[in-house]
Design a protein around this ligand. Structure first.
Ligand SMILES: C[S@@+](CC[C@H](N)C(=O)[O-])C[C@H]1O[C@@H](n2cnc3c(N)ncnc32)[C@H](O)[C@@H]1O
Length: 284
């Protein structure tokens, strides 16, 4: 199941890199500074940005003076990021099997990446492995559809006019980490301590009401897959309903959709202390 889902995501991200940048870039970059703050990004820090996409986080971290590496499994994404930020190292690699030795980074960031992974818990464990003791992880995901209007509108239209169960490779729940307690639980389970979670307000500004359908159809993977599997009649109704709903958010000649994010961060505990404790226990 997971391999089929990963193959599906991989094929998708290989083909939507340019559209993603055009449609989502102005939105997901709004979380970059809070995300970098959550890991204390500063000059000289060794920072790994996982699922780096077009390189937004990596570029901003380099701008803060950090020594940055970006890793993503999509070749077009890595190519676009390297072109945009020639001074930053970008590599192809899988978030669930990071191509780096242990303890080599002071911080790991994942901006809107975790919700696309077949095995997100494995990616959190990998992040812990490559972090030095005391290093920080920070990740963002979308808030629930009831708050993140673009998803509320899209899923509401599919529920009304289409088939939410159209066959897609089965993957983890898209909104799993929108649940703050699930973030804390998952971070602890992956071996992190002191998890912190907060909301990041964001606004998606679209030039026209129909731009929401076009973005979801051409610049996403799982949502686009669901839309692609609807009948032509259903798709027409979904598109019309999405445009009508988006129009309710018209402001200053554009559509302004609230799209808050959930930002979670935590610390890799000091292994020496843990090991010292264990060896004391063994001696005792
Ligand atoms: C929604 S985009 C986020 C891009 C970027 N971080 C941003 O701030 O907009 C998701 C990214 O995750 C990458 N990705 C998905 N699964 C991955 C995996 N298993 N390993 C590495 N990258 C992955 C995709 O190629 C894509 O670039």
């Amino acid at each position: 199941m997971s391999d089929a889902f990963k193959d599906f995501e991989h094929a998708g991200w290989e083909s939507v890199a340019a559209e993603y940048d055009l449609s989502f870039g102005a939105l997901t970059t709004q979380a970059v500074e809070p995300l970098l703050d959550s890991v204390g990004a500063r000059p000289g820090m060794r920072l790994l940005d996982v699922a780096s996409g077009p390189g937004y986080v990596a570029g901003a971290a380099a701008g803060r003076g950090a020594v940055v590496t970006g890793v993503d499994f999509s070749a077009p994404m890595v190519g676009a990021a390297a072109k945009r930020h020639p001074a930053v190292e970008f590599r192809r690699g899988d978030a669930e099997e990071l191509p780096f030795d242990g303890d080599g980074f002071d911080a790991v960031t994942i901006n809107f990446g975790l919700l696309h992974l077949a095995r997100p818990d494995r990616a959190l464990e990998e992040a812990r492995r490559v972090l030095r003791p005391g290093g920080r992880i920070g990740f963002t995901v979308w808030a629930r559809p009831v708050e993140a209007a673009a998803f509320g509108i899209t899923l509401g239209a599919i529920l009304t006019h289409g088939d939410m169960n159209a066959p897609l490779p089965e993957g983890p729940p898209f909104f799993r980490f929108s649940d703050w307690e699930e973030c804390r639980r998952s971070l602890r389970r992956a071996g992190f301590v002191d998890p912190e979670v907060k909301k990041i307000p964001q606004t998606w500004r679209l030039a026209a009401a129909d731009a929401l359908f076009q973005a979801m159809r051409t610049a996403t993977v799982r949502t686009a897959g669901l839309l692609a599997r609807q009948t032509p009649e259903a798709l027409r109704s979904i598109r019309a309903m999405m445009a009508n709903a988006a129009r309710l958010y018209e402001k200053n000649g554009a559509i302004e959709l609230p799209m808050p994010a959930v930002l979670a961060s935590a610390v890799k505990p000091n292994v020496q202390e843990v090991e010292g404790f264990q060896s004391l226990e063994v001696k005792g």
